[in-house]
Ligand binder design. Structure first.
Ligand SMILES: [Mg+2]
Length: 189
């Protein structure tokens, strides 16, 4: 089972930042331990591996994100992060790219690490943005305005993780990816 994890708007929220006040600083402060505790309810399910799809992966190696999350109580296992893509990596017009950017990055990770014939793993995405393209049916969308990750999201994520993804529609990836940068993105154990 694979959980693609966003951070801002999932593991923090407007309410969390309001409680923190203006003088809090540093990345760890941005992680709400209550939201992390809810995330644990997902990752405590045996066989769940976490792949970071958040832009936090651009500032912190995923191994560091594992340690940072553990400081605020995370018990799960991060195995990698998605590659970072640009519009010119795809045969898509820019609007189409931005409408599905994170979904494309997630699809690339799945395509690289799981058999092309079909992903027999359950896949779920948790994010406060909707740019998931043809993986949108796997998204559980949170909101910073309503507290980030909530109990109802946990239940939906667990259900998605029980459902194998099946084959990716490769044609929908628009003859993918020229110079995708894979360094440091990890993989399945
Ligand atoms: Mg976000």
């Amino acid at each position: 089972m694979l959980l693609f994890l966003d951070v801002d708007g999932v593991l923090n929220s407007d309410a969390w930042f309001a409680r923190l006040g203006p003088h809090a600083s540093g990345a760890l402060c941005r992680l709400d331990p209550q939201a992390v505790a809810r995330l644990n309810r997902v990752t405590d399910r045996p066989g769940v591996d976490v792949v970071v799809s958040s832009s936090w992966r651009l500032q912190h190696p995923w191994q560091d994100l594992q340690e940072m999350l553990e400081v605020v109580g995370f018990r799960g296992r991060i195995v990698g992060c998605t590659p970072s893509c640009e519009p010119e990596d795809f045969d898509l017009d820019e609007d189409a790219f931005w409408a599905s950017e994170r979904g494309l990055e997630i699809a690339l990770w799945i395509e690289r690490h799981l058999p092309a014939a079909g992903c027999d793993r359950g896949v779920a995405i948790v994010d406060d943005e909707g740019d998931m393209g043809f993986l949108r049916h796997r998204l559980v969308q949170t909101s910073a305005k309503t507290g980030g990750l909530q109990d109802a999201h946990v239940e939906r994520l667990l259900r998605l993780l029980e459902t194998p993804l099946g084959a990716l529609p490769v044609s929908a990836m628009a003859r993918l990816a020229r110079d995708i940068r894979w360094e440091g993105t990890g993989g399945l154990p």
